[in-house]
Design a binder for this molecule. Structure first.
Ligand SMILES: Cc1cc2nc3c(=O)[nH]c(=O)nc-3n(C[C@H](O)[C@H](O)[C@H](O)COP(=O)(O)OP(=O)(O)OC[C@H]3O[C@@H](n4cnc5c(N)ncnc54)[C@H](O)[C@@H]3O)c2cc1C
Ligand SMILES: NC(=O)c1ccc[n+]([C@@H]2O[C@H](COP(=O)([O-])OP(=O)(O)OC[C@H]3O[C@@H](n4cnc5c(N)ncnc54)[C@H](O)[C@@H]3O)[C@@H](O)[C@H]2O)c1
Length: 523
C-alpha cells in the first residue's frame, strides 16, 4: 500500500522532469558494472566506477537523487530552516518589536521546490551521463546471475554485467495500526507536497523524522500532536538529550504523548481520530506516519540469484560484498544498520571500489575498518540540535563496567552561549586508562545538545576516530568566544578539575540513567 497526500494528488504530478532517467528501447545492454538505484549510495558508487573507466549503467525506477534529495534530508532541513526563521522573527517580540503572522503555504512550497531544484545540475541523469554513467529508467529485477530485467513504461530491457551494486534504499515500515489501510495518511514521501498548511497534524513516531517534522510544522503554524510508543523521544540518543528535546517541543506547544502506542485510526481527510493502546484518543486533520524504515529487498529477484538477505537487509561483509554472491555489492540503506546519507555515501564508495577489480577490492578492504559506518556520528536537526556519536553511557557501562568515566559540561559555563542566551550541554563517555592514569584512556561516546551540536560532535569524536590521545584535544587552543570551546573545556575536565571545565563522574548503569529524564512520561 502506498500513502497519498492529503489532497489525493499523486507524487507523479509533482516530479521534476529533469530528474527522470530516460526510457530507452528494448535492446539488451552490457556493462562492466550495473548499479541498481540512483540515491546517495548508488550515485556515489556509479560515479566512482565510471571515473575509473568502467562501463557503468545505473538503473533508476523513479528519480535520480533518491530519498535524501526529494523526500528526506533536503526538504526536511529546508522546512526546519524556514520554520526557524519564522520562530526567530516571532521571538523578536521579546525585544519590543511587533512581529507576527505566518508565511503563506505557497511560499513554503516555493522555497522547498527551489532548494530541491538547485541540486539539478549535480544529480540529474544528464549530469550523470556527462560523468560517464549511462542512466536508464525502469524497475530492475534479477532473472539470473549477471542478468537483470528492467521494466519500464514501454517494455522490458535486459541488462548484463560482471558486477552489480544493489543500492535500492529503504521503504516506510508501516506500523500495525488498525484501520490504517482505510484512511488517507502522510509519510515522508508525501508530507513535503502538502498543498495547504495542515490545521492539526497527528504525528505517529518520536524518532528523527517525527521530532524534526513536529517542530517544523508547529513553528510554521500547525497544531501538532506527537505520539511515541516508548518512554522517550529519540531513544537511540542519551536520555538527557531526549529530556531536553521533549521540554523544547512542549514549550513550543507540541503536545507530546510518551508511552503512547497508536493502535487504531478512523476518519477521512480533514477529520481523523487516532486511538492509543491505552484507550485515550485524539483528533486531528492530518496523520503523519513516522515509525521507521526497512531495507528495500523484496521484488528484486534476490532469491533467484541466491543472494542472502532478510528483513534487516542484504547480507554483506565489512567491504560491502554480498556474503553469498561475490559479484554483488550492497550500498546504503538496503544493507541495514544506520540509515544516514553520510553512511550511504561511505558504503557507496566501498561498493564502487569493490566492484572495480582486484586492486579496487584491496583498497576497499583497507578502507573498510576506518569507514565503519557504525562509528559515524548522527544529528537530529531540531532546535536544540541533538548530536550523538558512539556508545551511550549505559551501553558503555554494560560493556566496560566501572571503568567508565563520564564528563558533563553545561553551556552555562560557555561564554558564547551566554552572549546568545542559549542553553545546551556536552556529555563525553570514556573508558579510564591504566590504574586511573591517562595511559590507554579511550573516548567511546559523546552527546551534544544545543547550538552547533552537529558541528561539535565531529570534533568530540575525533580522538577515537583518528586514533589520537584525548589529551591532544584538551590542549588544542580554540578561538574565543566560540561553541568549539565546549569541546576543549569538556576534554580538560577529563584530566583536571576547574570551575570552567567539564565535571568528571563515574559512569552509571541503566536505572540511574533513567532518573535523568527531565519529565515523567505522560499519556
Ligand atoms: C525525512 C527524512 C529526513 C532525513 N534526514 C537525514 C539527514 O538529515 N541526514 C542524514 O544523514 N540522513 C537523513 N535521512 C536518511 C537518508 O535520506 C537516507 O539514509 C539516504 O538517502 C539513503 O540513501 P540510499 O542511496 O541508500 O537510498 P535512496 O536514496 O532511497 O535510493 C534508492 C533508490 O533506488 C531506487 N530503486 C529502488 N528499487 C529499485 C528497483 N527495483 N529498480 C530500480 N531502482 C530502484 C529508488 O527509486 C531510489 O531512488 C533522512 C531520511 C528521511 C526520510
Ligand atoms: N537527521 C537525520 O539524520 C535523520 C532525520 C530523519 C530520518 N532519518 C533516518 O530515517 C530513518 C527513519 O526515521 P524514523 O524517525 O521514521 O524512524 P525511527 O525508527 O528512528 O523512529 C520511529 C519511532 O516510532 C515509534 N513507533 C513505532 N510504532 C509506533 C506506534 N504504533 N505508535 C507510536 N510510536 C511508534 C518507535 O518507537 C520509534 O521510536 C531513521 O533510520 C533515521 O536514521 C535521519
Amino acid at each position: 500500500m502506498t500513502s497519498v497526500s492529503a489532497d489525493g494528488s499523486s507524487q507523479a504530478d509533482r516530479r521534476p522532469a529533469w530528474a527522470h532517467p530516460t526510457d530507452l528501447g528494448t535492446t539488451p545492454l552490457k556493462a562492466d558494472v550495473v548499479v541498481i538505484g540512483g540515491g546517495s549510495a548508488g550515485l556515489t558508487a556509479a560515479t566512482l566506477a565510471a571515473a575509473m573507466k568502467r562501463r557503468v549503467i545505473l538503473v533508476e525506477r523513479d528519480r535520480t537523487g533518491g530519498e535524501c534529495l526529494f523526500t528526506g534530508c533536503v526538504p526536511s532541513k529546508t522546512l526546519l530552516s524556514l520554520a526557524k526563521r519564522v520562530h526567530t522573527a516571532h521571538a523578536a517580540r521579546g525585544l519590543g518589536l511587533e512581529v507576527g503572522g505566518l508565511p503563506e503555504w505557497s511560499v513554503v512550497q516555493r522555497e522547498l521546490r527551489g532548494v530541491i531544484d538547485s541540486f539539478e545540475e549535480v544529480d540529474s541523469p544528464q549530469a550523470l551521463e556527462r560523468r560517464g554513467v549511462t542512466v536508464i529508467g525502469g524497475e530492475a529485477t534479477f532473472v539470473s546471475p549477471h542478468v537483470l530485467e528492467v521494466r519500464h513504461a514501454h517494455g522490458t530491457r535486459t541488462v548484463m554485467a560482471g558486477q552489480f551494486i544493489l543500492a535500492t534504499g529503504s521503504e516506510v515500515a508501516l506500523p500495525d495500526i488498525a484501520g490504517l489501510d482505510r484512511v488517507p495518511f502522510l509519510t515522508h514521501e508525501t508530507v513535503f507536497d502538502l498543498p495547504e498548511r495542515p490545521e492539526h497534524l497527528l504525528v505517529v513516531g518520536g524518532g528523527p523524522i517525527g521530532c524534526e517534522l513536529s517542530q517544523a510544522f508547529a513553528r510554521l503554524g500547525s497544531r501538532v500532536t506527537t505520539v511515541q510508543e516508548g518512554p522517550r523521544l529519540l531513544p537511540q540518543d542519551e536520555p538527557e538529550a531526549s529530556g531536553a528535546l521533549l521540554e523544547a517541543l512542549r514549550r513550543e506547544g507540541v503536545a507530546v504523548h510518551l508511552n503512547a502506542t497508536a493502535a487504531r485510526v478512523e476518519g477521512t481527510a480533514g477529520g481523523m481520530r487516532l486511538h492509543l493502546a491505552s484507550g485515550t484518543s485524539m483528533e486531528g486533520t492530518h496523520l503523519l506516519i513516522a515509525t521507521g524504515k526497512r531495507p528495500r529487498v523484496e521484488g528484486l529477484g534476490l532469491d533467484v540469484i541466491g543472494a542472502d538477505y532478510d528483513r534487516h537487509g542484504l547480507k554483506v561483509g565489512a567491504n560491502m560484498q554480498s556474503v553469498s554472491c561475490p559479484w554483488l555489492w550492497g550500498a546504503g540503506d538496503v544493507v541495514g544498520g544506520p540509515k544516514f546519507t553520510h553512511g550511504a555515501t561511505e558504503r557507496g564508495i566501498l561498493a564502487g571500489l569493490g566492484a572495480l577489480a582486484w586492486w579496487g577490492r584491496a583498497a576497499a578492504a583497507l578502507r573498510a575498518p576506518a569507514a565503519h559506518v557504525e562509528d559515524i556520528p548522527w544529528v537530529t536537526y531540531t532546535d536544540p540540535e541533538v548530536a550523538h556519536w558512539g556508545l551511550t553511557e549505559v551501553q558503555a557501562v554494560e560493556r566496560h563496567g566501572d571503568r567508565v568515566v563520564v564528563v558533563d559540561y553545561d553551556f552555562h559555563q560557555l561564554d558564547r552561549a551566554a552572549t546568545e542566551n542559549e542553553t545546551g550541554f556536552v556529555k563525553l563517555v570514556t573508558v579510564g586508562g591504566v590504574f586511573g592514569t591517562p595511559l590507554g584512556l579511550k573516548v567511546v561516546g559523546a552527546q551534544v545538545v544545543g547550538p552547533r551540536a552537529g558541528e561539535l560532535i565531529q570534533a568530540l569524536s575525533l580522538p577515537a576516530r583518528l586514533n589520537i590521545h584525548p589529551l591532544r584535544l584538551a590542549l588544542l587552543p580554540v578561538s574565543y568566544p566560540t561553541y568549539a570551546e565546549a569541546v576543549r573545556q569538556t576534554y580538560l575536565g577529563l584530566f583536571t578539575d576547574g570551575p570552567a571545565f567539564g565535571r568528571r563522574r563515574a559512569g552509571r548503569a541503566a536505572s540511574g540513567q533513567q532518573a535523568g529524564l527531565a519529565r515523567p512520561a505522560t499519556t
